[in-house]
Write a protein that binds this ligand. Structure first.
Ligand code: ATP
Length: 298
């Protein structure tokens, strides 16, 4: 095999309940992830040394050194199997960078699956999930996709049932927000729920597949912190609500904002209204759930 391409989705947090900071600095979370159909594609090809390249509108914001999660994924897999990680990883990036949609995590999961196939290491699903958890809290979910409840730091996953297709609009903002900075602001503003847990109403709404049931139970405990660091997002949220969104919220740690729409036509209208408002960089429609990291060629 000379090249393997893997497609991997972005995520939105439909519930992000955050506990107080733990002694190790992490926060206990009840994190309900939903994979959405905005995709990066990572292609692994044999090379003389580890090399990362990236294309797409946000490519200049992606680190091309060993801090890139795709590079770290290749190194961790190679180390486990006593291999040298000589691979060229090309990232075709469509997920907003530093947007709270887990784009870097997605590339880590995709690179892992691509290298496993390219090198014929044949790692088990459990091993791949283990490496993902080592790479970061959101990486295991990028591997599995669909919908899942993440507990602990968010990395212990329980798959969830979704009863239908949800239609979303995602508005990308100019510039990113650093996830650690948003957690620091969260700590400054609040103590966090003592024992964060998944909302039964939210899980029932996902099972129903009904956007009218889902809209009122969407929550993000990081929203206050993200808005405090980036007050202009309030305007984007207001435009979405005025444009007919059933719910408007910050996606994860932001600054991407997420809008739940009634159907595909409403989502398109809403995306046009958001783009025309000038309160965001771009607005994209996407549906959920979406499958996790999947080999598309190889
Ligand atoms: P999350 O939702 O998981 O908090 P995010 O979507 O807000 O993450 P990312 O796009 O994952 O943010 O990028 C966060 C930072 O990670 C970037 O600013 C960049 O420095 C670094 N990074 C490492 N690898 C990648 C990658 N493959 N793609 C994008 N950013 C990466």
């Amino acid at each position: 095999m000379t090249a393997v391409a893997v497609r991997v989705p972005a995520k939105v947090n439909v519930q992000l309940a955050v506990g107080p900071a733990r002694p190790d600095g992490f926060h206990d979370l009840a994190n309900v992830f939903l994979a959405v159909g905005l995709y990066d594609e990572v292609t692994a090809t044999r090379a003389d040394s580890l090399r990362i390249t990236c294309s797409g509108p946000d490519a200049d914001k992606v680190p091309l050194d060993r801090t890139n999660l795709a590079a770290r994924a290749a190194e961790l897999l190679a180390a486990r199997y006593g291999l040298v990680p000589d691979v060229h990883l090309h990232i075709a990036k469509d997920i907003p960078v530093a947007g709270g949609m887990a784009g870097g995590s997605a590339d880590g999961a995709a690179a892992l699956v691509a290298c496993d196939a390219l090198w014929g290491t044949g790692a088990s699903r459990a091993e791949l999930l283990d490496i993902c958890a080592e790479l970061g809290s959101d990486v295991p979910f990028s591997l599995v996709g669909g919908a899942a409840l993440g507990t602990g730091r968010g990395e212990k996953l329980t798959p969830l049932e979704v009863g239908g297709t949800f239609h979303w609009v995602f508005a990308a903002a100019d510039g990113g927000l650093s996830t650690p900075a948003v957690y620091r602001e969260f700590d400054r503003l609040t103590r966090g729920a003592a024992a964060p847990s998944a909302s039964p109403a939210l899980l029932a709404a996902l099972r129903s597949g009904d956007p009218f049931e889902l809209a009122p139970v969407l929550t993000n405990d990081l929203q206050g912190a993200a808005l405090s660091l980036r007050p202009s997002l309030t305007e984007t949220l207001a435009v979405g609500t005025a444009g007919g969104a059933l719910a408007s919220l910050v996606s994860g740690s932001g600054p991407t904002t997420a809008f739940l729409a009634e159907d595909e036509a409403s989502a398109r209208k809403l995306a046009d209204a958001l783009t025309a408002s000038g309160t965001c960089r771009t607005a994209r429609v996407a549906t959920s759930p979406a499958p996790g990291a999947t080999i598309v060629t190889g």
